[in-house]
Structures are given as structure tokens and as C-alpha cells.
Ligand binder design. Structure first.
Ligand code: FES
Length: 163
């Protein structure tokens, strides 16, 4: 298991302290750890379990139940492609194939350069906009290879290469 740096540990401690006495603290803490560190390290689950007086297995159960949480570090840019029925019939499979080619990220994994994570998700509840893609929390409806893949993802790749 990887060792967390001091900064990450400090952040986890702050988050645990902030939510300790609130209602439903486990999910609040996990949410903040995910957004601060980009994933939920095992050490965070241990600290959360201790502070909330529950077992690590219970915390782990919450982490694996919600797709928003991940135990692996995510790429700099996170792409979610809805693979629910409405999106699927409107071409989500072709879209995700194209995104994989462009980003070199496998489905539910991260590209080797750490730039992109690509997740296939269940229905996002916006079927009227199918197919739906979320890039860094921004929702794109009626997504297709030109408006999402070419316009947005290509721009991200180009701007990263400039840095
Ligand atoms: S199936 Fe994609 S938003 Fe519902």
C-alpha cells in the first residue's frame, strides 16, 4: 500500500474533524476526501471509520457503492460517458470508443500519462439529452464525436501539450 504524504494526511484529518459531529458524516467525509485528493486512499477509510465509530469494511462498502468515489487516483480530467439505455441507443458506444482512441484511457481506467480518466456510468437521469457525457463535472447533452470529442477533448489535449 502506498504511503500518503504529510499534506494529504493533514487534509484528511481536517476533513474528518470538520464533519465528525454532523449527520451522516461518512459520506460527507468521503465526498471531501474524493474532491481534495482525487480518490479515497485506504488510510482515509481507516481514519473515517475510527472517527465515526464504524468498521473499515462499512466505509469501504460506501466507497464501492457510489460511483462518484474511487480508490485509485483519477486522471487530471475525468470523463463520464453514460451507457444507460437511452444513451446507448443514441450512439454512446461509438462515442466512448472514439474517446478511448483519443485519450488512450481504458474504460473505467486512467491513461498512462495521467491526463484522462474515462468512466462508463449508469443512467445519469438526463435521458432527454442522450447521449450524455460529463467532463470534469460539466454536463454535455446530445454529445457526438464532433461537439464533445473533437471540440472539448482535443482542446484539453492541446492545452496540456503546451504546458
Ligand atoms: S440513459 Fe443516459 S442519461 Fe439516462
Amino acid at each position: 500500500m502506498e504511503k500518503l504524504n504529510i499534506e494529504s494526511r493533514r487534509k484528511i484529518d481536517e476533513i474528518v474533524l470538520k464533519h465528525k459531529d454532523k449527520m451522516g458524516p461518512v459520506k460527507l467525509m468521503l465526498h471531501d476526501v474524493q474532491s481534495e485528493l482525487g480518490y479515497i486512499p485506504f488510510e482515509a477509510m481507516e481514519k473515517i471509520a475510527e472517527a465515526c465509530n464504524v468498521s473499515v469494511a462499512e466505509v469501504y462498502g460506501v466507497v464501492t457503492f457510489y460511483t462518484q468515489f474511487t480508490t485509485e487516483p483519477k486522471g487530471k480530467c475525468v470523463i463520464n460517458v453514460c451507457m444507460g439505455t437511452a444513451c446507448y441507443v443514441k450512439g454512446a458506444q461509438e462515442l466512448i470508443n472514439h474517446i478511448m482512441d483519443l485519450t488512450h484511457a481504458p474504460i473505467n481506467g486512467t491513461s498512462e500519462d495521467g491526463l484522462f480518466s474515462l468512466d462508463a456510468t449508469r443512467c445519469l437521469g438526463a435521458c432527454g439529452l442522450a447521449p450524455v457525457v460529463i467532463i470534469d463535472d460539466k454536463v454535455y447533452g446530445n454529445a457526438n464525436e464532433s461537439n464533445v470529442v473533437e471540440d472539448i477533448i482535443t482542446k484539453i489535449i492541446q492545452s496540456e501539450r503546451r504546458h
